[in-house]
Ligand binder design. Structure first.
Ligand code: CTP
Length: 216
C-alpha cells in the first residue's frame, strides 16, 4: 500500500434499537455526513471501511460497507476489524439508550405501556487508542455553536478524540440531511475552524484534508 494511502474507518447513520418485532427507537440521522466522508476518503485514494446503521443512501464506490442495526452491532463490527486503522471517523448518531428488553411479540395497544431504557455502550470511548491513530468524533447539540463549544470540548476529553465536528440544532438550523449547514471543527489543542453554510460534501472534503494533515 502506498505510504500516504491510509486505512480509514468511518461510521455513519443512526442506530435503531428494537422495542418489539415491529417497532424501534432511533434518531433523525440520515447517514449523509458519514457517507460523504467515506466517499471523500475513497476519492483521495484511501482504503475505507464504512460501518453504517440503516440509511437509504447508496454507498460510495470503492468503499467496503458493513451494515448494522443496533449500537451493539456497530460496536461488534468495529471490534471485528483486523489490522491497523490509521483514522477513525465516528460520524454515526449512535442511540444512547435501548429498551431494556426487546418484546418477542408485538406489544398490544389495549393497555398503555411505558418503556424502560438502558444506556448503550459508548463505542468510541471504548475503543482502545492505537499508536499514531487519529480519532475524530461528532458532537450534536441543541443550541448555537458558540453555546455548545464547551460541551464539544468536554466530549473530546471524555472520548479521547483528536478532533470533533460540532453541529447543532436550533429552531432555524436543522443539522439532519442535505442542504447548507454550519459546522465547527474543534481540535484537542483548542484550535478551531468554522465552516459556515456549506454542504456535507464540502465539509467532508475539508475534514479529510485535515485528517490527512494529522496523519502525516
Ligand atoms: N458515540 C459513540 N457511542 C455512543 C454515543 C456516541 O461512539 N453510545 C460517539 C458519536 O458517534 C460521536 C460522539 O460519540 O462521534 C459524540 O456523540 P453525541 O451523540 O454528540 O454525544 P454523546 O456521547 O451521546 O453525549 P450526549 O448525548 O449526552 O450529548
Amino acid at each position: 500500500m502506498k505510504k500516504d494511502r491510509k486505512r480509514i474507518l468511518v461510521t455513519a447513520g443512526s442506530t435503531i434499537e428494537p422495542i418489539d418485532p415491529v417497532r424501534y427507537i432511533s434518531n433523525f440521522s440520515t447517514g449523509l455526513a458519514g457517507y460523504e466522508i467515506a466517499a471523500a476518503c475513497a476519492e483521495r485514494g484511501h482504503k475505507v471501511c464504512l460501518i453504517s446503521g440503516p440509511s437509504s443512501i447508496v454507498p460510495p464506490m470503492k468503499v467496503k460497507v458493513v451494515h448494522v442495526s443496533t449500537a451493539r452491532e456497530m460496536m461488534k463490527a468495529i471490534e471485528g476489524l483486523s489490522g491497523k486503522i490509521d483514522c477513525i471517523v465516528m460520524a454515526a448518531a449512535v442511540c444512547d439508550f435501548r429498551p431494556v428488553k426487546e418484546a418477542k411479540r408485538k406489544i398490544k395497544t389495549k393497555r398503555g405501556f411505558s418503556l424502560n431504557l438502558v444506556r448503550n455502550p459508548d463505542i468510541i470511548a471504548g475503543i482502545k487508542p492505537e499508536k499514531e491513530q487519529i480519532r475524530i468524533g461528532f458532537a450534536l447539540e441543541t443550541g448555537t455553536i458558540e453555546n455548545c463549544r464547551k460541551k464539544a470540548l468536554r466530549k473530546i476529553r471524555k472520548k479521547g478524540l483528536d478532533l470533533i465536528v460540532l453541529n447543532t440544532k436550533t429552531p432555524s438550523l436543522d443539522p439532519f440531511g442535505a442542504g447548507r449547514k454550519d459546522f465547527a471543527l474543534l481540535w484537542k489543542d483548542g484550535r478551531e475552524k468554522r465552516l459556515k453554510g456549506i454542504t456535507k460534501k464540502a465539509m467532508a472534503r475539508i475534514l479529510v484534508e485535515e485528517a490527512e494533515r494529522m496523519m502525516r
